[in-house]
Design a protein around this ligand. Sequence first.
Ligand code: NAD
Ligand code: LMR
Length: 339
Amino acid sequence: MLARSALRTIATPSSRLFHQSAARQTKVAVLGAGGGIGQPLSLLLKNDPLVTSLSLYDIRGAPGVAADVSHVDTGSEVAGYAADQLDQALEGVKVVVIPAGVPRKPGMTRDDLFNTNASIVRDLAAAIGRVAPTAHILVISNPVNSTVPIVAATLEKAGVFDPKRLFGVTTLDVVRAARFLAGLSSVSPAESPVTVIGGHSGATIVPLLSQSEYGKKITGEAYEKLVNRIQFGGDEVVKAKDGAGSATLSMAYAGAKFTHALLRGLNGEKGVVTPTFVKSPLYADQGIDFFSSNVELGPNGVEKIHEIGPLTAEEQKLLEACLPELKKNIEKGKAFVAN
Ligand code: NAD
Ligand code: LMR
């Protein structure tokens, strides 16, 4: 399952969000489509040539969002579903993106969202397991380090879990890393891709700057600051929004970018590689069975999980700080479903 090739990566930001060649098209559902992420994400997916049909669900407001987005003059059909229509929303879907749940306010950690979001995600996963058991599931809802294990354990209970079809969306960390590094290096983000591994919260976010052409030139205090900004970029937005929520627009962009990458892989395109939080053998011997690293996406979802490659002493320290916290977050998610 492991490979270490330097295949083309979607971590390379593109001036175009979407490639134009549409080989096979697909029905995609957004659960939480009425929210701060859900609305712009639905719009971006309406503009994705690989999406045939969009199914928009929320406990509030999805029919309105669907009516609005459906007037955009792209090929896909759009339908909106109200609170009691979750099963209808999931019928025939190939890909389900989940941004449902509450966002942070200043002073909160992502883990503080667990009590509210864990049951939202569990219930949505149970419905997917029942109605669309072969769908690919992309989890945005925080805390991702715990919500992904919750989805896995819920599907496992239902006897329909396939680790190749479950993804925690960590693309925003990759997008931020490329953007912040580009700013420091006076290049375009397309020239400064960064692989980000681990999980999606504070110290569990581990950017591998030494593996980047421009990243390896950043040293000393500038390196410390850049790593900190990548790890805590979410806090920057939460603080600036001052109680009105967390990143929504950049997250919608990142969610649409990851969805498009997956659709390219599902359509048989080779060499689509990006970091994502999946069930992974990389640190399973330490009891950490979900981890984000570069993953090749293919017709079945996860095609190959790449090794993390050589680390500097600084990155090794970051990884040592990541692993115990990640392990706790994963165990908390599993325990929630078990109990
Ligand atoms: P929001 O409050 O604006 O929207 C959330 C939406 O979820 C609302 O419309 C709400 O009605 C809906 N919802 C709640 N329960 C639901 C259910 N059972 N079924 C369907 N829909 C339901 O919040 P937001 O800013 O869009 O953020 C959503 C989540 O995404 C948060 O948990 C946030 O922390 C997370 N997030 C993750 C990342 C990431 O990088 N993975 C980035 C940003 C935000
Ligand atoms: C982010 O990284 O922006 C999201 O996880 C939202 C948050 O709570 O910071």
